[in-house]
Design a protein around this ligand. Structure first.
Ligand SMILES: Cc1ncc(COP(=O)(O)O)c(C=O)c1O
Length: 490
């Protein structure tokens, strides 16, 4: 009989707290008694009673052999993994663990160019050399999708000695590539596939959602349970399939990257979220998908707004999509997604997940109701009626800069001596900082790359088109930080 209804970690922590032990250990607030009363009252006694530490009855995330081990084993079973590791350092911690588990100094790792900053941090920590693949750009929406089977084939063919392939699946916008085929290609070269599944914890639990990393046969997946799976912010998991990666090494590395004071609130919430997903996830997701599809239909009936659905599928990079993500294009209203975000906040107290030049992104989850979604649709209807529709609004094409030559590893660039030079005189120098344009969120330059006049032109063009170029210390772009050159002593 399935044991997925059990919550060994939460139950163990709760029963311990209910015994009201006399505590002579940290945390020193002692179930809230030593805490500011206003805060204590606000967050509640129960939360404080289980804010505990790794005393023997509660197991230890660093060497699990009790209730944490049991909870991790149940999670592995639920996610189809061989091993699951709980992370209290978010998905960022799980991503850094994945990369550091397969890469050492000088090793190559194939990654899409539009990666989350935790991936670049791990590349700097490990000393690995990134081999970048351009993600596909959606000219219509002005966003980037994932990488294609074709580009993975080319990258692996050119770098068969890579120690890993990292894939973002699904993307922030809920689009996924043909992960199964990508995994098959990588595995034919014995290259492990590491999946950034920050936006896909739920996809494993409903047949109408894209294939999860574990279903596609990937070796590791860093999965944000806290984003879409019902656990508390900061709690994530790292799923591992044994074979090309060593679970023992993964355990050692995640432990190196993790606080010794792990939060039992976060850990317990992972245990209960897994139980909920495994036992009721399909039914709850069925409802979320229905709500999202109804909302999509209503939004598409509003003049001036579009909300893409399955019609986006069929290109090289759009193999499947998660319908619970509402990508609402506001281009025809003649205002930016960012302006819509501000308008919704001011007029309706509605907060969106993200906005960019052309879109807002709203996510529908296990926690939504028809009433809340009606409010969003009403607000969007009101917004559209106030704005003048501009059907042929000039849409600046999203171009992609050439990938510059990497002359130093990002790690060497990070630790090198640096200096500030005028932006206009920086061509030929090695950049020491990140510069990216968002959307589509692809770095133009990463530390260690040689700046070209093309890059500088691209940055200037984007800035003059009003696109948000981000990254450097000097936000005015008058100067850039580069690696110091040492002149010969005469
Ligand atoms: C694609 C992607 N990967 C990784 C992360 C990191 O997740 P976390 O915030 O849990 O560390 C995020 C966070 O937004 C993300 O969008």
């Amino acid at each position: 009989m399935s044991r997925q209804h059990l919550t060994p970690l939460f139950t163990g922590v709760r029963q311990h707290a209910e015994k009201q032990p006399i505590q002579f250990h940290i945390p020193g607030h002692k179930q809230g008694a030593g805490m500011d009363p206003e805060f204590r009252q606000f967050i509640g006694e129960n939360a404080l009673a289980i804010d505990l530490i790794n005393i023997a009855p509660l197991d230890d995330l660093h060497h699990p052999n009790g209730i944490i081990k049991e909870a991790q084993e149940l999670a592995a079973e639920a996610f189809g993994a061989d091993f699951t590791f709980f992370s209290v350092q978010g998905t960022s911690g799980a991503i850094m663990t994945m990369i550091m588990a397969v890469c050492g100094p000088g090793d190559k790792i194939i990654v899409p160019r539009n990666v989350h900053k935790s991936i670049m941090s791990a590349i700097i920590f490990s000393g690995a050399t990134p081999i970048f693949i351009h993600p596909e750009i959606d000219e219509n929406l002005g966003i980037s999708h994932g990488i294609t089977v074709n580009s993975v084939e080319k990258a692996i063919h050119a770098h068969p000695d890579a120690k890993g392939l990292l894939v973002i699946n699904p993307t922030y916008f809920g689009i996924s590539g043909n992960l199964k085929q990508i995994v098959e290609i990588a595995h034919s070269y014995q290259i492990p596939v590491l999946v950034d599944e920050a936006h896909g914890v739920h996809i494993h639990f409903h047949p109408d959602l894209p294939l999860s990393a574990m279903q596609a046969g990937a070796d590791m997946a860093a999965t944000s349970v806290h984003k879409l799976g019902g656990s508390m912010t900061q709690s994530s998991i790292l799923n591992v399939k044994e074979g090309l990666v060593s679970p023992k090494r993964v355990q050692a590395i995640i432990s190196m990257l993790t606080t010794t004071s792990t939060s039992y609130l976060l850990l317990s919430s992972l245990d209960t979220a897994r139980m909920q997903l495994a036992t009721k996830g399909e039914a709850l997701l069925e409802e979320a998908i229905r709500l999202a599809n109804d909302a999509r239909k209503e939004i598409n009936n509003i003049h001036g707004l579009t909300c893409v659905g399955k019609d986006i599928l069929g290109t090289r990079a759009t193999y499947d999509m998660d319908p619970t993500k509402l990508i609402i294009s506001v281009r025809q209203l003649g205002i930016s997604g960012h302006e819509v975000e501000l308008w919704l906040r001011k007029n309706y107290s509605i907060e969106v997940e993200l906005s960019d030049l052309y879109n807002i992104l709203c996510i529908i989850t296990l926690g939504d109701t028809k009433e809340k979604i009606n409010k969003l649709v009403d607000a969007l209807r009101q917004l559209a009626s106030e704005k003048e529709i501009q059907p042929n609004r000039d849409h600046k094409p999203v171009s992609v800069p050439d990938i510059p030559t990497l002359s130093l590893s990002p790690r060497d660039a990070f630790y090198a001596d640096t200096e500030i030079v005028p932006f206009s005189k920086s061509a030929g120098r090695i950049i020491a900082e990140f510069i990216m344009v968002y959307p589509p969120g692809i770095p133009i330059l990463i530390p260690g790359e040689i700046i070209t006049t093309d890059n500088l032109q691209y940055i200037t063009e984007n800035l003059s088109n009003g696109l948000p170029v981000q990254g450097p210390e000097d936000e005015s772009f008058n100067t850039l930080r580069v690696i110091k050159e040492h002149k010969a002593i005469q």
